[in-house]
Each structure stands twice: as structure tokens, then as C-alpha cells.
Design a protein around this ligand. Structure first.
Ligand code: GH3
Ligand code: MG
Ligand code: MG
Ligand code: MG
Length: 299
């Protein structure tokens, strides 16, 4: 995304569009809009711009209206907007910035300064996106973290209730991992967790499937639109995949290699159920998998 940012230039005068497009085409992909309606269409499209240069005075829908619309829409509210306008009083500038513009450039403008301001704002957006990603990743395994899981869980729960689709969840816990750490060392333990996380991620095939590190040596999988039978298959596959890593563990009482235990839970939206019991069922089944000898699925 940082390679070739798209800049949407909105102005009712052809000449202005051309001047800005010529200025920017070396470093960016300029996208042009002659009026406010076109600008909004571009912003809502599947290839939204990374930044918008917005004229204020335009017939029909003016720049102020456009920015109000963009800032009120979840899909477009984070796209930075820079006003480029002939309205040069301090009051105009204050008004524009209050509406949510990140910057305000008056015409006639200095081309190099416009370029630098655009570059600076794109940098900020890029850094924001990186930070947002980092805040949702687990530092050790680089899969999603618990925080991201909570968001995803809520989203998929609502979706499955709305669409009356089955929804399955798997709680996965590494067996005798304390013994592993005690005998092979914490660094080896970390390495094992990284390999297990990667192997489990590879088991999931559908785009809506989701895995996160739930905490310590515990992982959670979300399988939307998946019934109990489907979830059982994924879980059995997960067991095999972890055994297949063949990470020696001579102090496990379940096998010679590192294994995991899995507890499943499936809800059918027809049944009145709470998110809490949905999770608790998976937890109880995980406990039963442990009691039953580990390296197995219950659910
Ligand atoms: P069980 O088969 O019943 O699950 O036994 P267990 O030993 O796996 O369970 P227990 O909860 O007693 O121990 C979990 C261990 O996981 C203890 C902890 O030191 C280890 N662990 C948790 N997080 C990490 C981590 O990030 N890195 C390493 N190396 N070890 C971790
Ligand atoms: Mg104009
Ligand atoms: Mg545990
Ligand atoms: Mg464990």
C-alpha cells in the first residue's frame, strides 16, 4: 500500500485537476473527480484513495459537504483529507480543519510544499496502520492476540446469529508444557510455541476461519459457518499437524512428542445461547480431553 498511494484530486476546474495531477503523477497514482458526488463514489469504491485533495467551492455538493459525509462513514472516515482552496482567511482555514481535514492549503500554492505535505501525511497514515497491526498481533508467535480475538469473536457471533448459521470454536492447549519448559528450557519452549502456532494456522482453510493465541500455551480457533462435524475434522487435523511437527518431548506422559488437547463447542443460532456458555463449553470439553489422556479432541 505504501508503494503506490492513490491520491484523489477533487476540483470542479479542469485546469486545477491537471496541474495537481501533473505534479503528483511521478510519485503517486492520481485519481480525478470533477464534483463532490464523484469524489464520494471513489472514496467508497473497492480501491479507495490513500489521501484526498479537496476543493471547497464546487457547484452542487461543495467540499465541506463532502468531508462531512466522509467523516460520518466508517469506511471513509480514516482517509486523510487536505483542503486545497482559494478561501484564504484564518476563519476559513479554522472551519476546514474543524471539519476534520488534516491540512489546509491555499491557492495559489507552492508545488514543492504541496508535495512535502502530502508525503508527510501519507507517512503518518502508514505508521498508524503499522501500529494498529502490531496492537493486534502476538509478539512471540505473530498470530493474532487475545485482543483481536475478542473483536473477531463478537463480530462472527453477531454474523452467525443474523444469518442463522452454525458457529464452532476450538480451545487448544499444549500438553505437559510445564515439563517441556522445565527440561528443555524456556527458549526451546518459545520456539515450540512458534512452530505450533504456525502449524495450527496452516490447518485453517476458509477465509472466515480465525486463530489467536489465547494466552500462555493456549490457542483459540473460530470456525464460522462450520457445524460440529466440520469442526471435528479441523480439530482432528490439528492434532495430527502438531504431532507431525515431531518436537521431541520425553517428559510428556501422552506421547514422545509435543501434543495438544482440544475442546470444541458448536452453536446453532436456533438455540438460545450466550457467548459465555459457548466459550465455557469449549473449556469444559478441553478439560475432559485432558482428563481423558490428552492428545485428543472432545466435543
Ligand atoms: P496440561 O497438559 O495439563 O496442559 O499441563 P501443562 O504443563 O501444559 O499446563 P500448565 O498450565 O501447568 O503449564 C503451562 C506452562 O506453559 C507453564 C508456562 O511456563 C508455560 N508457558 C506459558 N506461556 C509460555 C511462553 O510464552 N513461553 C514458554 N516457553 N512457556 C510458556
Ligand atoms: Mg472550485
Ligand atoms: Mg494451559
Ligand atoms: Mg497445557
Amino acid at each position: 500500500m505504501y508503494e503506490n498511494p492513490r491520491i484523489l484530486i477533487v476540483d470542479d476546474e479542469k485546469m486545477n485537476l491537471k496541474v495537481l495531477a501533473d505534479l503528483l503523477k511521478e510519485d503517486y497514482v492520481p485519481v480525478l473527480a470533477r464534483n463532490g458526488e464523484q469524489a464520494i463514489q471513489h472514496a467508497l469504491s473497492d480501491t479507495p484513495p490513500d489521501l484526498i485533495l479537496l476543493d471547497v467551492i464546487m457547484p452542487q455538493m461543495g467540499g465541506y459537504e463532502v468531508i462531512k459525509y466522509l467523516k460520518n462513514n466508517d469506511k471513509t472516515k480514516n482517509i486523510p483529507v487536505i483542503f486545497v482552496t482559494a478561501l484564504s482567511s484564518t476563519e476559513d482555514e479554522e472551519f476546514g480543519l474543524r471539519l476534520g481535514a488534516v491540512d489546509y492549503i491555499t491557492k495559489p500554492f507552492s508545488p514543492p510544499i504541496v508535495k512535502i505535505r502530502i508525503r508527510n501525511h501519507l507517512r503518518i497514515v502508514h505508521q498508524y496502520k503499522l501500529l494498529d497491526q502490531l496492537a493486534h498481533l502476538d509478539g512471540l508467535t505473530e498470530i493474532c492476540n487475545r485482543r483481536r480475538f475478542e473483536e473477531e469473536f463478537k463480530k462472527e457471533w453477531d454474523r452467525s446469529l443474523r444469518n442463522r448459521l452454525p458457529f464452532s470454536l476450538a480451545m487448544i492447549d499444549v500438553d505437559y508444557f510445564k515439563q517441556y519448559n522445565d527440561h528443555y528450557g524456556h527458549a526451546m519452549g518459545d520456539l515450540a510455541l512458534q512452530r505450533i502456532a504456525k502449524a495450527l494456522s496452516e490447518v485453517l482453510r476458509r477465509p472466515a476461519d480465525f486463530i489467536a493465541r489465547y494466552g500462555g500455551e493456549e490457542f483459540v480457533m473460530l470456525m464460522p459457518e462450520t457445524d460440529h462435524q466440520g469442526a471435528l475434522q479441523v480439530a482432528e487435523h490439528s492434532l495430527k499437524k502438531v504431532v507431525g511437527l515431531a518436537i521431541p518431548h520425553h517428559y510428556s506422559r501422552a506421547a514422545d512428542y509435543i501434543t495438544v488437547s482440544i475442546g470444541l463447542s458448536t452453536i446453532h443460532p436456533a438455540v438460545a445461547a450466550s457467548q459465555k456458555t459457548f466459550l465455557a463449553t469449549a473449556d469444559q470439553n478441553l478439560y475432559r480431553a485432558k482428563e481423558g489422556g490428552r492428545n485428543r479432541v472432545v466435543g
